[in-house]
Design a protein around this ligand. Structure first.
Ligand code: FMN
Length: 302
């Protein structure tokens, strides 16, 4: 099979700087940021600016979310000077807060606004501009008319989570639903890709040139490398969990302890005794004691 592009998918509350640092140990693939609110970025909110931490990293695609073409362009301009490799626009997130704010997946319903956002961003940046969207609001065929319009507006790449907004995360991703797109730009397929086998099948069924991997990366920062090489690299998962915890504490301070809980649980999810350990781990408020808990749980791992 021809070489395909592989990237980590944007995941709010997950794909922060420490998470990307962990993935970066195993390869050089493009990595998406968490979605960044254009409005809060333009207003210089401290928390949003912190989300744009990129040093020691490269090949970062920043995903913007918003509903105002002018603000989105201003945000794109700020990001353009930060040494990232692309700007992505969120047109697929089904979260209620974004829908009420007329952004995310709502832009599939207001396609004229979606196109104006693309055109406005394209005017302000030389970086490649991509859109991440879903198949449609309720109808899987909507993408077949929406995507060519996005291309006419100037996008350089399209990523499709092959479910509708209405489907949320239920059922299976329908990779075949985009096979007739035939666009002059790269299309990356997304949804339910967990291994080399699934990525090859997804690309074959969808006639696309690459893929985004999301949830399968949780607790498995080596997975993009494993998919590319077809072989799991030798890893000590406990050591990775501990390093991830350290990076989170360094980045967020004490708050990193709370962010770390879900990650530590993901690393450990297939290990014997995890349910009991998780209960204790979730209650631990002391960082040294938390590190000891992780070390003890993984003791003896080769
Ligand atoms: C915790 C979480 C956060 C997500 N945040 C975003 C986001 O900020 N922007 C976005 O476009 N998609 C977001 N997604 C959707 C993923 O990028 C991806 O489209 C979806 O999980 C399907 O891919 P998968 O089956 O490989 O996980 C998120 C998904 C999860 C699980």
């Amino acid at each position: 099979m021809k070489q395909f592009v592989l990237c980590s998918a944007p995941m709010a509350g997950v794909s922060d700087y420490p998470f990307r640092q962990m993935i970066r140990h195993f390869g050089n693939q493009p990595l998406f940021s968490e979605m960044i609110g254009a409005e809060t970025l333009v207003h210089g909110h401290r928390k949003t600016l912190k989300m744009l931490t990129f040093d020691r990293e490269y090949n970062i695609i920043v995903q913007l979310v918003g509903n105002n073409p002018k603000t989105m362009a201003e945000a794109a301009q700020i990001i353009s000077d930060m040494g990232v490799v692309g700007i992505d626009i969120n047109m697929g997130c089904p979260v209620k807060k974004l829908i009420h704010n007329h952004s995310g997946a709502m832009l599939m319903k207001d396609q004229d606004l979606a196109l104006r956002i693309v055109e406005s961003i394209k005017k302000t940046t030389k970086l490649p501009v991509s859109v991440k969207t879903r198949l449609g609001w309720t109808d899987k065929a909507e993408i077949l008319t929406f995507a060519p319009r996005l291309v006419s507006a100037g996008i350089d790449q399209l990523e499709v989570h092959t479910r509708t907004k209405a489907a949320g995360y239920t059922g299976h991703a329908d990779w075949m639903a985009v096979k007739d797109l035939n666009l002059p730009i790269p299309v990356l397929i997304n949804g339910d890709i967990v291994s080399k086998k699934t990525v090859e099948l997804a690309i074959k069924q969808s006639h696309t040139s690459g893929a985004l991997v999301g949830r399968a990366l949780l607790g498995r920062p080596w997975l993009l490398n494993e998919i590319e090489t077809g072989k799991k690299p030798h890893v000590c998962v406990g050591e990775l969990a501990l390093e991830h915890l350290d990076l989170l504490l360094l980045y967020y301070g004490h708050a990193g302890l709370y962010v770390a809980r879900k990650h530590l649980a993901w690393y450990a999810r297939h290990k014997k005794g995890v349910a009991k350990w998780r209960q204790k781990m979730y209650l631990e408020e002391d960082r040294e004691k938390l590190k000891n808990l992780v070390q003890d749980f993984w003791k003896g791992e080769e």
